[in-house]
Design a protein around this ligand. Structure first.
Ligand SMILES: *Cc1c(COP(=O)(O)O)cnc(C)c1O
Length: 231
């Protein structure tokens, strides 16, 4: 299957999952997770109608930006971000989805202030409480958001999660449900520079479940581009 066919197929499945959940399909954005795919593949995905691209590695972001790969679509950063690379990302992407620790928030605030801009971000939640994954614990997010009132150059637009790798379809529903509940809790307490318009969850294998639980952005790699070649 071509990238074009894959994207059409995924969009049909998004539509189906949304309607089954009583939701408007246009509420759900398709983010192409473009890691390890080249500029040409990215251009094909954009031409096929993905809403935006998500890049994992700073080096790939810089490289593909220089090739104008993302022309016509916003680009988000979705990977682990080292504080010493913040300067290459802040102001270069519409949204940083993978903000997973206080030290990174401080670094983004400093760089955004230096540039005189407001950087939009999502807070990444370690929803499965896995040692191997970054992210804030669900229980500490209220405190983090309170502290962010002192970060005037950061605007929180929502939450992102990567649940544990699952064996069976349906395994991640409880994590998606917890994310949704967390989003509802946060919305109930109004804070400056915080909103939860974006709930970024769901990947190639589980996006229909994520949509059933309220996801507004799915991040899909393999189902668009095929398996990644790690060799
Ligand atoms: C790679 C990646 C995805 C997409 O994963 P697939 O299983 O290939 O769809 C989504 N989110 C993040 C953060 C990723 O790194």
């Amino acid at each position: 299957m071509s990238i074009t066919e894959n994207v059409a197929n995924i969009k049909a499945r998004i539509r189906e999952a949304a309607i089954a959940a009583g939701r408007d399909p246009s509420e759900i954005k398709l983010c192409a997770a473009t890691k390890m795919n080249d500029a040409d593949a990215v251009r094909q995905a954009i031409a096929a109608g993905v809403d935006l691209c998500g890049e994992n590695r700073v080096q790939e972001l810089v490289q593909k930006s220089s090739e104008n790969a993302y022309e016509g679509a916003p680009v988000h950063f979705i990977g682990h971000l080292q504080t010493n690379k913040v300067r290459q990302v802040v102001g270069k992407v519409d949204l940083i989805q993978s903000v997973d620790r206080m030290k990174l928030l401080t670094a983004i605030q400093d760089e955004a202030a230096r540039q005189g801009i407001t950087q939009k971000i999502l807070l990444q939640i370690n929803i499965g409480n896995e040692d191997s994954k970054g992210g804030f614990a669900a229980g500490e997010i209220g405190d983090v958001l309170d502290q962010l009132q002192n970060f005037p150059n950061i605007s929180v637009c929502g939450l992102m999660a990567i649940p544990p790798i699952s064996q069976n379809s349906g395994d991640n529903c409880k994590f998606f449900q917890e994310m949704y509940n967390l989003a509802v809790d946060i919305t109930a307490k109004k804070r400056n520079n915080v909103s939860v318009e974006i709930l970024s969850m769901g990947m190639s294998d589980d996006f229909a479940d994520a949509i059933a639980c309220g996801s507004t952005m799915i991040r899909v790699g393999t189902a668009i581009f095929g398996p990644r070649n790690y060799t």
